[in-house]
Design a protein around this ligand. Structure first.
Ligand SMILES: Nc1ncnc2c1ncn2[C@@H]1O[C@H](COP(=O)(O)OP(=O)(O)OP(=O)(O)O)[C@@H](O)[C@H]1O
Length: 441
């Protein structure tokens, strides 16, 4: 087992086999792993609040103890923390999450299986890791969810860290960059923010599509990018689509992202899928027959995260019942994985959150009854339109969400936005991009 996060997936799967789905979803699935100390036999986990902690202590602690013992073969003292108890130091550390940490150490080139679908991206990443700022700069990786972009990004970071420990490596997700920027502006801490990113030797940005549409974020990112690039520092970016398809991206950023190598990762072919399943099983010390591996590979084709999830679930099942894994026992696990992967329903809250980011206005203003300044009304109209597109709410329900507006106003607004989209290509692109961001998270 390589990390607490990875093991946590198995602990959860183990618990899931022992309690009802409702109990699991309410109490166990909301726990996050924080720290595992083998020397002190101590595990620290994060629970959402004190009531949750009391319930776990009363009803589920013995189950967690049992799961830890099954997974690690030893007993741990489980300490539960709630968000308020995470020390300022830990919080600051999390906020300064730019510096790559051990959490991701399993994402290396050694653990990455290369096949025809990813060999170009893999070779480009290896070249960058071996020769930072001299091979491809920037390197832009794109591909669908769960195909290994983050793995490759971390692999670059880990490889450079191994060869040149003195180098400062910054890893950040596109939306965290935005959040941190907003917080720094609010707290008047912009010079610290700038210093943190501009002192990096290697900047790794995951899901960079999320900075699109946000003016001040793009402005800041543009300067960070230039400062690092001019200082001959390596920049690697990942996204779910190529730069030309991130419609809300400023042209000047797009042209920078496109200025050197763009590499894509595609879904793996069947040989690569089988190799990945075997490797993941080996890492978990799980014996899988060729027949089982081939069966899994024939059912899960488009997402490596799902392949990995299947192997982890099989491991958990195997820990519980100790039986040989057969094709028929795999069927149930696979249908669980595929069913669980249907995306959660989009909420109006989520829509407003994304629209407010794109248009730089607050969610409260979008929901408000009275605020009619042009920018805010525009954002509100678009949020109403997207709510009609992405949710099953009636026009009247949507009206209620937006300051108690009458359903006829909602009908009128939806029509108006549709017309705007027909007449203005840029607006259409911004709205399509915002919808994509909402769906993808
Ligand atoms: N070629 C590979 N070899 C081994 N493991 C892989 C490979 N590709 C992906 N994985 C594993 O699949 C999981 C999902 O990969 P990763 O998180 O890198 O996907 P992603 O493309 O960044 O997805 P998202 O866009 O949703 O963040 C990870 O646990 C990763 O280790």
């Amino acid at each position: 087992m390589e990390s607490f996060e990875e093991a946590w997936g198995i602990i959860c799967s183990y618990c899931k086999t022992k309690i009802t789905d409702v109990a699991y979803n309410t109490w166990i699935s909301r726990i996050e792993p924080i720290e595992l100390d083998f020397d002190k036999n101590k595990a620290v986990i994060l629970v959402p609040n004190d009531f949750h902690r009391q319930t776990i202590t009363r009803c589920y602690l013995s189950l967690l103890n049992e799961a830890f013992e099954a997974v690690f073969g030893q007993i741990f003292v489980i300490e539960m923390k709630i968000p308020e108890e995470i020390s300022v130091k830990e919080e600051q550390q999390a906020a300064a999450n730019a510096e790559i940490t051990d959490i991701s150490y399993e994402y290396t080139f050694d653990t990455f299986i290369v096949g025809s679908s990813n060999k170009f991206a893999h070779a480009a990443c290896l070249a960058v890791a071996t020769n930072p700022a001299n091979a491809y700069n920037p390197l832009f990786l794109y591909g669908n969810s769960g195909l290994g972009k983050t793995h490759l990004l971390y692999a670059i970071g880990n490889e450079i860290k191994k060869n040149s420990p003195e180098k400062t490596i910054c890893y950040i997700k596109g939306d965290d960059f935005t959040n941190e920027l907003i917080e720094s502006l609010r707290m008047a801490r912009m010079s610290e923010f700038r210093k943190k990113y501009r002192q990096a030797d290697i900047l790794l940005v995951d899901d960079v599509q999320f900075i699109g549409g946000k003016e001040s974020t793009q402005e800041e990112f543009f300067h960070t990018f230039n400062a690092l690039y001019d200082a001959h520092k390596q920049i690697v970016l990942t996204s779910d689509r190529p730069p030309k398809e991130i419609k809300t991206l400023d042209d000047r950023l797009r042209s920078r992202f496109e200025s050197d190598l763009i590499a894509d990762v595609q879904p793996p072919d069947v040989e690569t899928r089988i190799a990945i399943i075997k490797r993941k099983a080996e890492l978990l010390d799980l014996d899988l027959s060729n027949e089982v591996c081939e069966y899994i590979a024939s059912k899960i084709k488009a997402n490596i995260r799902q392949l990995e999830g299947t192997v982890k679930k099989l491991k958990a099942k195997n820990l519980v019942n100790q039986e040989k894994i057969t094709v028929s026992s795999v069927q149930e696990v696979i249908s669980d994985i595929l069913n669980n992967d249907t995306p959660p329903e989009v909420t109006v809250e989520r829509i407003i959150e994304e629209v407010s980011r794109t248009f730089g206005v607050t969610p409260e203003a979008i929901r408000s009854e009275n605020n009619r300044s042009a920018n805010i009304s525009n954002a509100r109209h678009i949020a109403i339109y997207i709510s009609r597109e992405l949710t099953t709410l009636s026009m009247a329900n949507i009206g209620e969400e937006f300051g108690g507006r009458h359903y006829s106003t909602v009908i009128y607004t939806v029509k108006k936005v549709k017309k705007m989209m027909q007449n203005d290509r840029k607006i259409k692109e911004i709205i399509d991009d915002t919808i994509k961001n909402i769906r993808d998270r």
